[in-house]
Ligand binder design. Structure first.
Ligand code: ADP
Ligand code: MG
Length: 379
């Protein structure tokens, strides 16, 4: 694995004030789920440790492809662990006027909504992050500094390259603007002040149900649009010079990354498919150029990246959680998602070992690399 271990992100070694921050990349594999009428084929992907996984090579089944990420979450990983390790550490920056973003990427059915929203029993990143932001603000308030804090939320959707307000539903496409300080804003977007965590639920749940209802009527819209929660922390100095700072947090459940053209989704209009592909494709280019630390970052090429411009890269703190599923029917979508998440992979000459019960215990596994030829394949 030495080829991968030597990969040092450019932004970590380059100095200078224009240094762009990397996007942390996590991959989360959901548990194997088999439906009653399906035959059980086993998993085509499995974890190798806290940063690595392997997938069978479809070109040659005597080989596996191994990938490395900032973090790999195996199927046993709890919602709490994902939150604590990937999201909680970036939240204190919001109280210092810095921005942050968390994305869930991956094919439909791989666990994006589970990761971001979760369920009542297993709440995901969104409710946990909002709760934590309230706790951080309360802690500051009891410390009694010179600042007043307010927390507010917006909830929007990008569908067909249109920006739609989910708190006051309408079909109006809202404009995205940039002010003189390079802050991105959406004039006309509902922004609701929240005085407690329970108020978040009051506003968010009905709006999110709206979206789900629409989805069954409108061709599974939830898998074709990007759902975006915005949490804003505004800090105002009580005494002169009455400075104000705003920290923004974007929590994004992205559209499904599956190739809609290939899967022959019949009801899918070409325009819709093109819009999804444009924004996810642009997002991948943005993440690539941020993580390579070179070149122009093409934020303006899609609505999604334009909206996130001040909260992705630069001084912002961003994490992308790529969700994948272990079943064979997801193989090509998983493969594409992994190549999106990691720019390098190793081809290892050993057969993929199928296990009904996978041993994902980190560190316990011994690598059988002896006599194997390992090569890094550039993307
Ligand atoms: P997506 O939003 O990417 O289309 P979902 O979040 O709806 O996918 O997940 C598909 C199904 O898999 C749901 O029934 C969900 O509850 C389940 N699921 C996803 N991830 C996990 C996980 N880590 N643990 C248990 N169940 C999961
Ligand atoms: Mg979903």
């Amino acid at each position: 694995l030495s080829a991968m271990a030597q990969r040092v992100p450019v932004s970590d070694v380059a100095g200078g004030s224009k240094r762009m921050s990397r996007v942390r990349v996590a991959v989360r594999l959901r548990p194997y789920m088999v439906k009653q009428d399906e035959k059980e084929e086993g998993a085509c992907v499995k974890g190798l440790g806290p940063q690595n996984l392997e997938i069978i090579n479809w070109r040659n089944s005597t080989e596996t492809l191994q990938y490395q990420f900032d973090v790999f979450y195996g199927e046993q990983t709890t919602q709490q662990e994902v939150f604590l390790t990937s999201v909680k550490p970036i939240l204190p920056h919001l109280l210092n006027g810095q921005n942050a973003s968390v994305f869930a990427y991956g094919p439909t059915g791989a666990g994006k909504t589970h990761t971001m929203l979760g369920s009542q029993e297993q709440p995901g990143v969104i409710p946990r992050a909002v709760r934590e932001v309230f706790q951080l603000v309360r802690a500051q308030e009891t410390e009694g500094d010179d600042w007043d804090y307010t927390i507010g939320m917006s909830y929007l959707e990008i569908y067909n390259e249109k920006v739609l307000d989910l708190l006051s539903p309408s079909t109006q496409d809202l404009p995205i603007r940039e002010d003189k300080d390079r802050n991105i804003l959406i004039p006309g977007l509902t922004h609701t002040r929240l005085s407690s965590f329970s108020e978040f639920h009051t506003h968010f749940i009905p709006a999110s149900l709206n979206r789900t209802t629409a989805s069954t009527k409108l061709n599974h819209r939830s898998s074709r649009s990007h759902a975006i929660v915005l949490i804003k922390v505004v800090k105002s100095q009580r005494v002169a010079p009455h400075r104000q700072q705003t920290g923004k947090l974007y929590l994004v459940d992205l559209a499904g990354s599956e190739d809609n053209r290939r899967t022959g989704n019949q009801g899918l209009r070409l325009k819709e498919s093109g819009a999804i592909n444009l924004s996810l494709f642009t997002l991948s280019k943005v993440v690539d150029s941020l993580n390579a630390g070179v070149g122009r970052v093409p934020y303006r090429d899609s609505k999604l990246t334009r909206l996130l411009q001040d909260s992705l890269g630069g001084s912002a703190h961003s994490v992308m959680i790529t969700n994948i599923a272990p079943e064979y029917k997801y193989y090509f979508d998983t493969f594409t998602a992994l190549n999106f998440a990691s720019k390098s992979k190793l081809i290892v000459n050993r057969p993929f070992v199928r296990e009904t019960v996978s041993s994902t215990e980190p560190g316990k596994r011994t690598r059988q690399e002896k006599g194997c030829e390992a090569t890094a394949e550039p993307q």
